[in-house]
Design a protein around this ligand. Sequence first.
Ligand code: C6P
Length: 407
Amino acid sequence: MSLDAQRVKKDFPILETLAHGKRLVYLDSAATSQKPRAVIDRMVRFYEEENANVHRGIYELGEKATAAYEGAREASARFIGARSTRSIVFTKGTTESINLVRYTWARANVHEGDEVLVTEMEHHSNLIPWQLLCAETGATLRHLPIDDDGKLRIDLLGEYLTDRTKLVGMSLMSNVLGTINPVRTVADAAHAVGARILVDAAQAAPHLSFDVNDLDCDFLAFSAHKMCGPTGAGLLYGREDLLEEMPPFHGGGEMIREVWADHATWAEIPQKFEAGTPNIAQVVGMGAAIEYLEDLGMDAVREHEMQLTKYALDRIFSIGATIYGPMDVHDRGSVVSFNLEEVHPHDMATIVDQEGVCIRAGHHCAQPLMRKLGVPATARASFYIYNTEEDVDALIDALEKSKGWFI
Ligand code: C6P
């Protein structure tokens, strides 16, 4: 079934508000998406009818809260094709998930003389943790280059993956270029040299249907807030055998089996990695967001975004903008980064804001990629299920105005 974005738009109360007295045109979903009524209502219902701590209360209300929380784990596992809920660790988002792997698996498995491979298009969240790890361990960080179209140089994999590589960290979809990366190809090559692969799916999970078994990844991370869910919730998928052998991340309540004065043993996975009271309502909201997306159908989401992105690329190109990343919508998602020669991206964002249009400008937490592109910053419009061609037209009209300011 195809997606009716005009109808979807009505599910998002914030899209009925105004910005500077104009219709709100929200084109910054890659930073964070808006939330549908179903997710907002689910969180309100949790607080009004089910709120208690989880995995603790031996009373009906506590059981309701635990069922809601664990229901979100089932939805999450289903969404990414994980075979067991034991593989799903709730975190507060992608950044925390990646740091979890850094502090647990990576500290135990990456040593002096080893290598960690990332790509030139990584968000700082999937770069800085590995810089810190390498500084701490004496391992070497390497970067798989991209080509002029913003695609990975897969032809160079053989050169960059060696028997010293212990971990590959790569995004499934770039938050700047929109590039969709061939994770399975890299996973096969990584496994062939005995390395593990961690996938940053922060930009992919809201837009693409994928299965962790098809990707054959060892770890995968994403955040709820970019996919119709609340802030403060996200997950780490980990292969069960890896999670089992990993030391805990945070110490505290709920992650233990038995505690003595001077030592302790750990709970089963995934609880071993969920110390303290989790962000319960947020996780429940994440479950509702997943159900909302499942109802729309991820194939319909992708089809809608491919059509809209094609329209947006054509229109943004037609006003003389430089666009970064692949131009074929089969190779990319719905983030479009661009520059207009005569206008600074920050000025662009400020001026289009006057017309009610929200876009992001800056380095998008990908400074090394900006250097590679030879620019300090770009403007970025990112489209989602509630955006229409009318929204793209509003962006173009507003951008035309911004050009006028500087000519
Ligand atoms: N990118 C953007 O505007 P957190 O903040 O932990 O939810 O997600 C971090 C993150 C990790 N990887 C990728 C590919 C991302 O795009 C992001 C978040 C936002 O592009 C905010 S900087």
